[in-house]
Design a protein around this ligand. Structure first.
Ligand SMILES: [Zn+2]
Length: 416
């Protein structure tokens, strides 16, 4: 089948006017101007999307779909620890029904907004079912938490069991499973150490919230600050359960052997030069969530620096516990204003597609419209796309409402 449209963004190459794609068996076989593909593949059935534009499906590199129902229920705009404390208090009141309906609503929202691949963290396991049912691609990460070192072995055993059941459920889908030690401050050093050991044994992908807030930096390095004074008592702990050695969160993870090219570090707002060097050495990728960072008042990640460092960088929305929508278009638009000229629209669209794919270790399969890649493709209807500034007008105008078609692995999953 040939798909044709007024403009096609391969991402790996400049946009193509009157562009087209040849898709066979779920794989992109050729990309180019309509006239070329019609000449080279005569008799191939062709579907015109008219004035629409074609792009690779978006990659949401960080979210927690099971928390979608928390929209508007937590204090935003105050402080990180106030928000985290409220989430810790609310969490035990959430049950399986909540996680299941939240996950379904979140997964359906992603699909409608043009996301075809997602990195989702789950504590309940509830997000795998809707993602599989809808046919989305991605990685479902089992969350691990726990500050009591005495419980580390049990926590890891439970996580391994959860991983086995997720992997079983994922069979026959486009989903794989991974491990998410939640953050350097929310697991005991012993549990982080056991997670590192599991990751070495299993070689599955991993993701962790890292260097999100100044509070985290103070707590890991000095054992002090609002995490020690306000969050530890909420989980019944009197003192840090890691060795306080003046390390940065990144150096702490490096010491435990958690840094690897299979790891995506989320947020990465507060990294120093030696942290960046560690991340580069170990090939760690990043997933930035600028709107969540803004709502939690944790600061702004120095994205231009990360891009100059040539780190693999994707974009995530985080969950609706710390954001107002799951739209990556909203995330790109916010970032465009936030970085005020220091990051281009083209860089942001690349982060939302190929960058995310690369950060998740999936760039050979997806993220751009190139021959040989899986056919994860979206079409958007945009009324006044400025041909002289295609990326800029795309980022300024695209929204969930613009998406008219979402295809994953060559199958149309959504049509407006
Ligand atoms: Zn998160």
């Amino acid at each position: 089948m040939i798909l044709t449209a007024r403009l096609l963004f391969p991402i790996s190459a400049p946009p193509i006017q009157d562009g087209s794609l040849l898709i066979r068996d779920g794989i992109i076989r050729a990309v180019g101007p309509i006239s070329t593909l019609q000449r080279d593949f005569p008799g191939e059935p062709s579907t015109s999307l008219g004035d629409a534009i074609l792009l690779p499906g978006l990659v949401n590199a960080h979210t927690h779909l099971e928390l979608t129902g928390l929209h508007g229920r937590l204090p935003l705009g105050r402080s990180f620890t106030e928000w985290a404390g409220a989430l810790l208090t609310l969490r035990p009141t959430l049950d399986g029904t909540f996680f299941a309906s939240s996950s379904m609503e979140g997964a359906a929202t992603l699909l409608r907004s043009g996301v075809t691949c997602v990195a989702d963290i789950t504590s309940s396991g509830a997000s795998l079912h809707p993602l599989k049912t809808l046919g989305l691609r991605g990685i479902v990460f089992q969350e691990v938490l726990g500050l009591d070192p005495e419980q580390a072995a049990d926590r890891l055993t439970a996580a391994e069991e959860a991983l086995r059941s997720l992997a079983l459920e994922a069979s026959g889908s486009l989903l794989s499973v991974g491990l998410s030690p939640h953050a350097p401050y929310s697991l005991s050093e012993r549990l982080l150490d056991r997670c590192a050991d599991l990751l070495r044994r299993s070689n599955i992908p991993a993701t962790i919230h890292l260097a999100e807030s100044p509070e985290e930096v103070a707590y890991i390095g000095l054992g002090l600050g609002p995490i020690a004074s306000d969050l530890l008592p909420l989980v019944g702990r009197g003192a840090p359960s890691h060795r306080v050695l003046g390390e940065s969160p990144t150096a702490f993870l490096a010491r435990l052997g958690l840094l690897s090219k299979r790891l995506t570090a989320v947020h990465a707002v507060h990294l120093g030069g030696s942290d960046l060097e560690l991340l580069r050495q170990h090939g760690v990728a990043l997933a930035l969530c600028p709107r969540s960072n803004s709502h939690l008042r944790v600061g702004t990640a120095p994205l231009p620096r990360y891009l100059a460092y040539r780190l693999r960088v994707g974009l995530g929305t985080d969950s609706l516990a710390s954001n107002e929508t799951l739209s990556l278009w909203d995330e790109m638009r916010f970032a465009l204003t936030l970085y005020d000229g220091a990051v281009t629209p083209q860089q942001l669209v690349t982060m939302g597609t190929l960058g995310g794919a690369s950060a998740l270790g999936m760039a050979t399969e997806i993220g751009s419209l190139d021959p040989g890649k899986r056919a994860d493709v979206i079409a958007l209807a945009i009324d006044h796309l400025d041909d002289t500034d295609p990326y800029g007008s795309l980022v300024r105008q695209a929204s969930e409402k613009s998406v008219v078609l979402s295809m994953v692995d060559g199958k149309v999953l959504y049509r407006a």
